[in-house]
Design a protein around this ligand. Structure first.
Ligand code: GDP
Ligand code: IMO
Ligand code: MG
Length: 407
């Protein structure tokens, strides 16, 4: 019997989705991205080699796993070309196993320029990858789509209209440089091989696999608190990062998913601006950053660190219909004498914490729940009972095998 699984982040991204998707991909037929773009940075560690994926689904390192980029993704051809070539240099082949939706909106160089000049004023702290402007054009029905690469006349018309519009914004509002339409077209044509090799009707492909009883995994990017509707607006990304995004972003109905794995770190991090109620500014915060190597996988920016917010986590479990919680980076807490979690907010919206004694011993690499120190077990059990969802995976290190599966 096939089981279709969704894996998504429940915080502000970087929860360890890449590691977990890779670990779960062993028995999976296909891994599909359904939203976001190359703002994502998903890290996988196999045989001591670290790979960071931005667009390519995190099942890619398993040679028999099919890779899908659904219509909900905003696609930079330049970023995809670079990523696929980098992986091919490592011996990863995409022949007959990459499927990209013709309905993906493209990120043009002018989207990136607009994102960068605008963020100087708006201070969201975006990744500067053109994500917001590309989604704006999608919703405004003027996007150039991946499938347009198949018809040079349509492509030329659409690119001309869109880049002319971007040039008006860039020059009139920001006094920035214009883009030459010919050059944009030339660049897009350089990557036409991606269309020739991988363009696909993703919904048809998934439908056919489902008829063959194949198991499919959907990989979220970013996290629930960065969702355009349900996150800490306006300090969010521009897509639905939550469970509903799978349906709109690939063309499957909500009941297609059997299992929803929500990932949370054993603490909290955020990169970019915006509220973070449990953020730490003391030596505990620096220790989390140091021990967790908390630097962005896409931009290299330091991540802000703090304690786990169980009130927000419980909401995210409901918001996504999470069936299984995965707690990552437990090992980062190994050196803390005491560990706090937020269990409520006071009338001024300040977090109220409950303290747990630390375990002060090494959990890195432990792969059996019974081998965890008692205080670590108590910490995990408290989280489980508070959020009313069972924890079925605990991650104790960045590598595939540093994982506890609890049945
Ligand atoms: P993603 O965006 O959710 O895929 O997460 P990132 O890859 O951006 O960030 C997670 C970071 O934590 C990466 O450097 C991973 O290698 C690392 N990581 C994942 N799980 C664990 C874990 O259990 N313990 C430790 N120490 N590191 C982990
Ligand atoms: P993964 O998939 C962490 C944040 C940015 C910024 C906000 C908007 O690796 O978890 P955007 O460029 O999307 O318009 O930026 O969202 N952000 C992420 N933070 N992990 C990510 O992806 C992120 N993708 C975007 O820092 O605050
Ligand atoms: Mg990341």
């Amino acid at each position: 019997m096939s089981i279709n699984t969704l894996v998504l982040g429940l915080q502000w991204g970087d929860e360890g989705k890449g590691k977990i998707v890779d670990a779960l991909s062993k028995d999976i037929h296909a891994v599909c991205r359904f939203q976001g773009g190359h703002n994502a940075g998903h890290t996988i560690k196999v045989n001591n080699q670290q790979t960071v994926l931005h667009l390519c689904p995190s099942g890619a390192l398993h040679p028999n796993v099919q890779c899908v980029i659904g219509n909900g993704v905003v696609l930079s051809l330049e970023a995809l070309d670079k990523e696929l070539k980098g992986l091919e240099d490592l011996g990863v082949s995409f022949k007959n196993r990459m499927h990209i939706s013709n309905a993906c909106s493209l990120i043009l160089p002018s989207h990136i320029a607009i994102d960068k000049v605008r963020d100087k004023e708006e201070s969201i702290g975006t990744t500067g990858r053109g994500i917001g402007p590309a989604y704006e054009d999608k919703v405004a029905r003027r996007a150039v789509r991946f499938g347009d690469l198949g018809n040079i006349d349509i492509l030329k018309d659409k690119v001309t209209t869109l880049v002319n519009y971007h040039n008006k914004i860039l020059t009139n509002l920001y006094g920035a440089e214009n883009f030459a339409i010919d050059e944009v077209l030339e660049t897009l044509n350089k990557y036409k091989y991606l269309y020739d090799n991988y363009s696909s009707d993703v919904q048809d492909v998934i439908y056919a696999w489902s008829k063959e009883d194949k198991s499919i995994l959907f990989e979220g990017a970013q996290g629930s608190l960065l969702d355009i509707d349900h996150g800490t607006y306006p300090y969010v990304t521009s897509s639905n990062t939550t469970a509903g995004g799978v349906s709109t972003g690939t063309g499957v109905g909500p009941k297609f998913i059997d299992k929803i794995v929500g990932i949370s770190k054993a603490y909290a991090t955020r990169v970019g601006e915006g509220p973070f109620l449990t953020e730490l500014f003391d030596e505990n915060g620096s220790m989390l950053a140091d021990r967790g190597h908390e630097f962005g996988a896409t931009t290299g920016r330091p991540r802000r660190c703090g304690w786990l917010d169980l009130v927000a986590l419980k909401k995210a479990v409901f918001l996504n219909s999470v069936t299984d919680l995965c707690l990552t980076k437990l090992d980062v807490l190994d050196a803390f004498k005491s560990i706090d979690v937020c269990t409520a907010y006071d009338e001024d919206d300040l977090p109220i914490f409950k303290s747990f004694p630390g375990w002060m011993s090494e959990t890195e690499g432990i792969s059996e729940f019974d081998q965890l120190p008692e205080n670590a077990k108590s910490y995990i059990k408290f989280i489980e009972s508070f959020i009313e969802c069972s924890i079925s995976i605990v991650s104790t290190g960045p590598s595939r095998e540093q994982t506890i599966y609890i049945s």
